[in-house]
Design a protein around this ligand. Structure first.
Ligand SMILES: CCCCCCCCCCC/C=C/C(=O)SCCNC(=O)CCNC(=O)[C@H](O)C(C)(C)COP(=O)(O)OP(=O)(O)OC[C@H]1O[C@@H](n2cnc3c(N)ncnc32)[C@H](O)[C@@H]1OP(=O)(O)O
Length: 280
């Protein structure tokens, strides 16, 4: 595994363009033999997704696409937490210009991850609420540690998961399970998530997780990449087009509703409850 600076390194090996990247809030390591890139989220303490980490994920996905990576494993450097979801501080008492940039960057990141041409696996090595769950659902396969939780819990915070969050879940677990899960803002334990098909495999530790993720990616070794990519594109087309068509309106809704006093109150109370918990 190489961990180097993308801007400094672009070489060909085994017929695959190899590269890796080291940045602040994410790091990328590319396996020289397989061409598989591992993208680590590394924003302590809980990988909450603020503007800066989303920008890094987004630009990394662009680089991976350009460099024709053979597969992606999306995971966390912080074992125990995959991602705490969107950084609530981006939504609580926001600066509206930053809030717009934040949401636009989240939209871009989702579009790139959801539509990437290479196969993708989320190695969910910790809790994955809300935006963390969205990242995992956007991948093609999910391998998860025991004793963790995953779900779109937005309603519990007094906010509403946008349509494209909902579609990302519906496309994995179906309409009925999605309606039930989202109206309750339900977080699923690992075994529950497996039983409804939200995740694909359960693993004991990182070594096993990496092996299972690699095994999934290996399934495509003999499938012509273009045929694979076009098939994925056709299958995901409607979901992506709906989001792209409505992204201006989605941004407007986020700012208009997100800044409503009642929503701000919910977010403030939720933040307080998180802080109290961490001080207890
Ligand atoms: C009516 C119409 C309304 C429309 C509104 C507009 C539409 C908006 C749509 C937005 C969609 C939102 C998506 C989201 O992702 S919202 C975020 C949801 N995330 C969560 O609920 C997770 C909260 N966190 C946790 O449950 C736990 O922190 C976790 C299990 C992840 C880890 O637990 P652990 O015990 O290890 O860590 P702590 O809880 O002690 O946390 C450590 C510190 O980190 C802070 N923290 C945690 N999560 C977040 C977060 N998401 N954003 C910001 N900060 C976070 C926590 O407060 C601790 O901070 P301190 O050390 O300062 O106390």
């Amino acid at each position: 595994m190489a961990l180097r600076n993308l801007s400094k390194l672009k070489i060909h090996k085994f017929g695959i363009r190899q590269f890796s990247k080291e940045a602040n809030l994410v790091s990328v390591a590319v396996n020289d033999k397989t061409g598989v890139a591992t993208l680590n989220l590394q924003r302590p303490p809980v990988n909450s997704l603020n503007l800066e980490i989303l920008s890094e994920i987004s630009s990394t996905l662009t680089d991976l696409e350009k460099n024709k990576t053979r597969g992606l494993i999306l995971t966390s450097k912080n074992e125990g937490i995959f991602s705490a979801g969107l950084d609530i501080m981006e939504m609580y008492k926001p600066d509206v210009e930053r809030m717009k940039k934040f949401w636009t960057t989240l939209q871009d990141t989702w579009i790139k991850l959801y539509s990437c041409s290479f196969p993708s696996v989320a190695l969910i090595n910790g809790h994955a609420p809300a935006g963390g769950c969205l990242l995992a659902l956007s991948c093609e396969y999910r391998v998860m540690f025991k004793n963790c939780t995953i779900g779109l819990n937005e309603t519990q915070l007094g906010i509403v998961a946008p349509q494209w969050f909902i579609s990302s879940m519906r496309n994995v677990i179906g309409q009925r399970q999605t309606e039930s899960a989202l109206t309750q803002g339900r977080m699923f334990k690992t075994e529950e998530a497996l039983s409804i098909g939200m995740i694909d495999e359960v693993v004991e530790n990182n070594e096993e997780g990496v092996a299972r993720a690699a095994a999934f990616l290996k399934r495509f070794e003999r499938i012509p990449p273009m045929a694979r990519a076009m098939t994925k594109k056709y299958i995901r087309k409607e979901t992506i087009e709906n989001m792209v068509k409505n992204r201006e309106e989605d941004l407007k809704n986020f700012v208009t509703y997100g800044t409503q006093p009642a929503v701000q109150e919910y977010l403030g109370a939720y933040l307080q409850s998180l802080k109290k918990k961490s001080k207890a």
